[in-house]
Design a protein around this ligand. Structure first.
Ligand SMILES: Cc1ncc(C[n+]2csc(CCOP(=O)(O)OP(=O)(O)O)c2C)c(N)n1
Length: 487
């Protein structure tokens, strides 16, 4: 039966080959992964016969054919008279198929729905902030380590104060990164400023690391006339041309295909840079996630897909989001080298992104990083997460697994940080931010006319009509419109 199938497909293949020759310019890469903690981009197919035969069939071939290997190694010859594990006796047949050679087997053998054992998680620091013996990680200088720590603390303070400002009605919306400070800052530290960032919305720490000032954050949240988005976006939709940070876009996962395109353009221009895109576990259910991964794998785009698997997509737990072993296994399904890391371990995040960046650029390939973490805050100021998850779960992650205190123990253990510096940093950032908020709050809002600019060169008639309608409505109901927006 298998032989008949093979012959039939071989005939079909010859016909198809004539029509499709030259359609596969890039030989797919199999295995070849020298880094033990990364999942290889594909597992070499199980091949009947010897390891030598396995090596011989590993390469890329144009199209289908069934082949007998004539030059058997001695071990293959010895095995030929016995029944092999896959149920065949001496046929050493493989199907030469796009992507490489596929071995036949006699059993009905469905791939299991899971691998049994879950994919391991790379970590460097234990819960106590000590480096785990034997762990391999990228060295961090004292200066870098201190800046990473300071930025993690700054992000935490910024989140707390802006959150309070929203509660006081001074800004309309906010969303914290509590619990994900290591992901934000340590991943940013491993990148170069030329790398393009396409964020979701829970990564302002990347922008902070790159030099976005507290004043710039405040201007955006208050939507004043110094906001680069001219007050047209909700708070937290930051963006910066100067810092290669694409503007946050609310529709989940739309940034992923954009990142692939941006990465491909960097490759075409021979730039020593990659693109990185961040997203949550919820984002992986979007079609854009799957399109982006496949597109990146096929086009060999130097893009890092950074998934913050924080357990929740608003009220949807990951158990209702997917049944796979998280996100990491999906990378392999698309032929993308992937790794799972402890997202609350700053050194693990830094080392993994550092290695991912090198591979993405030097080998021209996408990499997927799944960081295990927890969204400690509510989804946003529009959410109360105690309605759908246990308070002790939140408390456990907020205290026992806090990435900032874990990393602080390591930095302080190196004598690179002190309690005095801690208090000085906290009070300085707090004051700076309160000042920035005062300035942002007092600044003028962009005029109404700006609502209609920057999209079309010549504003079309329907937009002109809408502008007039808006102005008429404001004149009719002035009490319903903010007095600080110039008309
Ligand atoms: C396409 C789309 N669908 C739904 C929403 C509404 N929405 C906003 S945030 C969110 C949850 C996203 O969760 P996740 O990607 O895990 O990120 P997290 O908020 O946990 O960081 C949803 C469903 C949206 N913004 N866009």
């Amino acid at each position: 039966m298998a032989l008949w199938l093979a012959r039939a497909s071989s005939q079909l293949a010859r016909r198809a080959a004539a029509a499709t020759r030259g359609r596969f310019p890039h030989p797919p890469r199999h295995g070849g992964d020298t880094r033990p903690w990364f999942l290889g981009s594909a597992v070499p197919p199980p091949v009947m016969g010897s390891p030598a035969a396995a090596a011989a069939v590993g390469g890329y071939r144009g199209f289908c054919s069934v082949r007998h290997f004539t030059g058997k190694s001695s071990s293959a010859a010895a095995a030929s008279d016995e029944e092999l594990e896959d149920g065949f006796t001496d046929n050493n047949q493989v199907l030469d198929f796009p992507g490489g050679k596929v071995a036949f087997e006699a059993r009905i053998n469905f791939l299991p729905e899971s691998q049994g054992e879950r994919i391991k998680c790379y970590r460097v620091l234990d819960d106590d902030g000590q480096t785990i013996s034997g762990s391999r990680f990228q060295e961090v200088s004292k200066e870098m380590a201190r800046k990473m720590y300071s930025d993690m603390v700054t992000l935490q303070i910024m989140d707390t104060i802006f959150y309070e400002a929203q509660r006081q009605g001074r800004i309309s919306f906010y969303l914290t990164s509590h619990g994900e400070e290591a992901i934000n800052v340590a991943s940013a530290a491993a990148l170069s400023i030329d790398d393009l960032v396409l964020p979701q919305y829970r990564e302002p720490g990347v922008l902070l690391w790159r030099g976005f000032t507290l004043q710039e954050f405040a201007n955006q949240c208050f939507g004043n006339n110094m906001d680069y988005g001219k007050g047209r976006q909700m708070p937290i939709h930051y963006g910066s041309n100067r810092l290669n940070y694409f503007t946050v876009s609310s529709p989940i996962a739309t940034q992923l295909p954009h990142a692939v395109g941006a990465a491909y353009s960097l490759k075409m221009d021979n730039k020593d840079a990659c693109a990185i895109t961040y997203f949550g576990d919820g984002g992986t259910s979007e079609g854009d996630f799957h399109a982006a991964l496949n597109f990146a794998a096929v086009m060999e785009a130097p893009v890092i897909f950074f998934c913050r698997n924080n357990g929740w997509a608003i009220s949807t737990p990951t158990s209702e989001q997917f049944r796979s072993d998280g996100i990491v296994v999906r990378g392999q399904a698309y032929g993308i080298r992937s790794i799972r890391i402890d997202g609350n371990d700053a050194l693990a995040v830094y080392s993994a992104v550092h290695a991912a960046r090198e591979m993405a650029i030097s080998e021209g390939r996408p990499i997927l990083v799944e960081a295990l973490t927890y969204r400690v805050g509510h989804h946003s100021t529009s959410d109360d997460s105690t309605k759908y998850r246990p308070v002790d779960e939140i408390e456990h992650w907020r205290t026992a697994r806090d990435p900032i205190s874990r990393y602080r123990k390591w930095v302080q253990g190196n004598d690179w940080w002190s309690d005095a510096e801690e208090s000085e940093l906290r009070s300085r950032v707090r004051q700076e931010l309160l000042r920035a908020i005062q300035v942002a709050e007092r600044a003028h809002k962009p005029p109404v006319a700006e609502l209609f600019t920057d999209v079309y060169d010549q504003i079309p008639s329907n937009l002109c009509e809408q502008e007039q309608l808006l102005r008429d409505t404001i004149m009719k109901h002035p009490a319903d419109y903010p007095t600080d927006v110039p008309i």
